[in-house]
Design a protein around this ligand. Structure first.
Ligand code: ADP
Length: 542
């Protein structure tokens, strides 16, 4: 027997229709790439997104065409996204922080037809556009007055291009499983892989993200998505913001402490989200200037582990609640959030901070499990760790072009490449990336735990742990250390410090001292480079 309810396909442009109808005068404020702060509303964005869709169709774009964007978070970027989706096109966010060759490779792989770009990236676009054979049109997100001189063909200023449409257009209808957007993983191992979001997965993800025990946002919030739209859909805020009718404040290309503070203050932002690096800059700015955060209530921190000291500062010094979150491009991206369940609601001080070091619990729509190497499920006891696998309506079922098939198993579980444990209340904690974990005599050693322990030593500035080949145990840990300036801890003193604070068989076999530990563009320790550096290292125990 079938239910007798209406078919109402979950389509992304319905989010914008709803925003324009129910929250039409709610503001979207952008720090424009040209400089000034500019203001529009959801009704304004919808009217211009319709023109984008009409204009794209008029120049021959078809459903399924990939429409790339190289843009900061601005209202124009939103208009381009919703316009592309509303005519059945597929927005494709490009990460400008990648190397030009990588961006060109990704554009060719996705066969992008159109590129919307911010002025900032024109030098980059001039380099890559000639090598992207599928590209028919470059639209610069600015007006005629700000258009730069360029040798590129088929380039036009967004405002001039848009002025040729009257907006008399109806969103195209299609199945909710139609592709809506694309984003490539950063490709730290091998070539980047394409994740293809559907209208249905984006709409469901936006609903999941907004729930009280997820981001917990509402029409009364003013949201500043510092996390870029090119970093996994601004963690869904470009869709959940309009869905719930929150005021949006888009930071453009300026993410330094002073610029972010200015927006938080003048626009009275109540909710914001970004990676730890951004918050380090803001907290430093606040400490230098003595300024406070009277309007801000909540900050979501993820992308890499949120340091305990950061949570402590936000909560104790500025009365801002921290939500530690974990996710990935393949999950649209939210996987878990660290809001407090009743069992933990009374935790105070250090005990609460301990809990907040965990990456949190999965909302409805994300299933999780941890497994051992034989794919056997491990208990949720808060200590047994294994490969973290997930599934849900906003989790990738495969990569574009069938790449990376080994990460998906027959029951649709997606192997995240992270190693984690889950406690009886469902709180997950990442202990490593699968490719970094050390396998010693068939057992696993968490490099992150050892690193956290080592940096607790008062004379160590930074620490990284990698596995070194061992004839008996396969691999044993090597601790790589940067000393604090003017300090000179010995190998034995460091190992003595760690003894008794970790399992005996976890204790590193040796300590190596270096001037500097290599980092990626997003500030994560670059273990591949470090492993390469210590490829021929012989442990004293070998
Ligand atoms: P990128 O490599 O560009 O950061 P993703 O955002 O998809 O791309 O990265 C996802 C990965 O980032 C996760 O698999 C995990 O290893 C790491 N990560 C994300 N959030 C956290 C967090 N809160 N704590 C620790 N690691 C995290």
């Amino acid at each position: 027997m079938l239910g007798l309810m209406q078919q109402w396909p979950l389509l992304c442009h319905k989010i914008l229709d709803h925003a324009a109808r129910q929250h039409g005068d709610r503001e979207v404020v952008s720090r424009s790439v040209e400089g000034p702060i500019v203001r529009t509303t959801y009704a304004g964005i919808r009217a211009r997104a319709l023109k984008v869709a009409q204009r794209l169709e008029r120049e021959g774009r078809k459903p399924g065409d990939r429409i790339a964007t190289l843009g900061w978070n601005t209202a124009r970027h939103l208009e381009a996204w919703y316009g592309a989706m509303g005519m059945g096109g597929v927005y494709h966010t490009l990460n400008p922080r990648l190397f030009p060759d990588q961006i060109a490779w990704i554009m060719n792989h996705a066969e992008d037809k159109v590129l919307f770009t911010d002025l900032t990236f024109m030098p980059l676009v001039e380099k890559i556009a000639p090598s992207v054979a599928s590209l028919k049109r470059v639209i610069v997100l600015t007006d005629g007055a700000h258009m730069p001189e360029t040798g590129l063909r088929d380039v036009v200023a967004y405002e001039d291009w848009l002025a040729e449409a009257d907006g008399d257009f109806e969103w195209r209808g299609f199945d909710e499983n139609t592709a809506a957007g694309m984003c490539y993983t950063s490709g730290t191992t091998g070539d980047p892989k394409g994740v293809v979001y559907s209208h249905r997965s984006n709409v469901l993800h936006a609903m999941i993200a907004s729930m009280p025990d997820a981001m917990g946002i509402s029409s009364r919030d003013t949201i500043l998505p510092v996390v870029p739209m090119f970093h996994a859909n601004a963690w869904g805020l470009a869709q959940s913001g309009p869905m719930i009718g929150a005021k949006l404040v888009m930071p453009g290309g300026k993410m330094d402490g002073a610029s972010i503070y200015e927006l938080l203050d003048t626009e009275k932002v109540t909710f914001t989200a970004a990676v730890p690096t951004v918050w380090l800059m803001l907290l430093q700015y606040l400490e230098e200037t003595g300024k406070k955060l009277p309007h801000l209530k909540k900050v979501v921190i993820g992308g890499s582990a949120c340091p305990r000291a950061m949570t402590e500062k936000f909560q104790n010094n500025y009365d801002v609640q921290v939500i530690h979150a974990w996710g990935m491009t393949e999950m649209s991206p939210l996987g878990s959030l660290g809001t407090l369940k009743p069992a933990y609601a009374d935790l105070k001080g250090a005990a609460q901070l301990d809990l907040q070091e965990k990456q949190g619990h999965a909302p409805f729509g994300v299933e999780m499990k941890v497994t051992d190497d034989g794919n056997r499920e491990l208990p949720w006891d808060g200590k047994t760790f294994g490969r973290l696998k997930v599934r849900g309506p906003a989790v990738a079922a495969s990569y574009y072009g069938g790449d990376g098939a080994e990460q998906f198993d027959e029951d649709d579980w997606f192997d995240t490449g992270d190693v984690a444990h889950i406690d009886p209340q469902g709180y997950m904690q990442i202990t490593d990336r699968a490719k970094d974990v050390i396998k010693s005599g068939g057992e696993w050693i968490s490099t992150i735990d050892l690193e956290n322990l080592a940096v607790g030593h008062p004379e160590i500035a930074e620490a990284a742990v990698i596995g070194i080949a061992h004839p008996k145990w396969d691999e044993r840990p090597l601790l790589v250390v940067v000393k604090k300036p003017g300090k000179d801890p010995s190998r034995d003193a460091i190992l003595d410090y760690m003894k008794g604070r970790c399992a005996k068989w976890w204790l590193p076999d040796d300590v190596a001292f270096v001037e500097e530990i290599p980092h990626t563009a997003t500030g994560k320790i670059q273990k591949t480079t470090l492993r390469e550096q210590f490829r021929d290292y012989r442990l004293p125990t070998a």
